[in-house]
Design a protein around this ligand. Structure first.
Ligand code: GTP
Length: 318
């Protein structure tokens, strides 16, 4: 069974970081987002199809000769085709029921259960649904007896049909992919799903966590969640506080690290204090206090930093 992963977006909300590293190759707890997603696919999936526009060469280079336990097919788009156009562009590699993922979603969804439901209900499509407190910033669905009846974009307070939003994870029959006109820019959410609503489009609400890791704040949150049980409990060069992950190729001396810190490869820190931050590869610092920030790759930090994203192409406060 194949899984299509949409990894072709520009990642504008994470600029300037994504000018250097395409979002799908940004690490979550030291493993690129897209690789983590492929590794987490249930056993039933033997192939991951990556729909790529922006970052194509970097993606090809990363996956060339790398064994991550599944067959990986990279499908390029000459122009960005949007979420729907991108999945239609992969149709030649799909053999039947397909899973489609937004490449930046980190969630606790149980895909096997979702697949069981999809098969049992004979749905044309099943969309993972996530409950939010305030749906006014999102597209919500009218959901009844397991079926999605209609979509509502950014509803005004009091008029919302539900508080369930599309969580960017789908199981689709080929007939839905075939509905998408080829070689055109199409949004699956806006142009296709509303046409199938009320006619075989089902929902799979789930609980736990759901993070769209596309903004600096949510990228940090997704990283901290991804440490899971694989954190670093102790280190000769640092006093560790709470949940922390330190890459084995990082060199630390007399540092205080944590809570919620990820340190990437080739990082060199001496007498630094780091809290709630992601330090990407090859960052150097002596004596800095870094809090609530994303730094790197290849950056020398000379001053204290709080709530900043600092990348080789520039920095932003967030
Ligand atoms: P922003 O520019 O910050 O909004 O990020 P983004 O470009 O990733 O857009 P968004 O988060 O809305 O996209 C959701 C998912 O679809 C992401 O995994 C994107 O990589 C992917 N995506 C968006 N547009 C395209 C596209 O035109 N082609 C492909 N292949 N993927 C896309």
């Amino acid at each position: 069974m194949e899984a299509i992963i949409l990894v072709g977006g520009f990642g504008t909300r994470l600029r300037p970081l994504t000018l250097t590293v395409p979002k799908p190759l940004l690490p979550l707890a030291n493993i690129p987002m897209v690789e983590r997603m492929i590794r987490n696919l249930p056993e039933i999936f033997d192939t991951a199809i990556l729909a790529v526009n922006y970052g194509l060469n970097d993606m090809r280079k990363y996956f060339e000769g790398r064994d991550i336990g599944k067959k990986v097919i990279i499908v390029p788009e000459e122009e960005p085709l949007g979420t729907g156009g991108a999945m239609r562009n992969c149709i030649d590699y799909v053999t039947g029921t397909t899973a489609v993922f937004n490449g930046d979603v980190v969630s606790s969804i149980n895909l096997n259960e979702m697949l069981e439901q999809h098969i049992k209900t004979k749905a044309k499509g099943t969309l993972a649904l996530w409950k939010v407190k305030d749906p006014s910033r999102f597209g919500v669905v009218e959901f009844s007896n397991g079926e999605i009846l209609q979509f509502q974009e950014k509803p005004e307070k009091g008029s919302e049909l539900s508080n369930l939003i599309n969580a960017g994870t789908y199981l689709l029959e080929l007939e839905i992919l075939e509905m998408i006109p080829p070689n055109q820019k199409i949004s699956i959410e806006r142009d296709i799903y509303p046409k199938v609503a009320g006619n075989g489009l089902h929902g799979f609400p789930f609980e736990g966590y759901f993070i769209d890791s596309g903004t600096p704040e949510s990228y940090l949150e997704a990283n901290f969640k991804s440490i899971g049980n694989n954190g670093t409990a102790s280190h000769t060069g640092a006093s560790i506080r709470g949940s922390v992950m330190i890459h084995e190729d990082a060199k630390l001396e007399h540092c205080i690290i944590g809570p919620n810190v990820i340190i990437g490869p080739k990082v060199k820190l001496e007498k630094c204090v780091i809290r709630n931050s992601v330090i990407l590869s090859n960052v150097n610092s002596y004596g800095a206090v870094i809090e609530d920030s994303i730094i790197g790759p290849n950056i020398q930090v000379k001053n204290d930093i709080k709530q900043n994203l600092i990348s080789p192409e520039g920095k932003i406060a967030f």
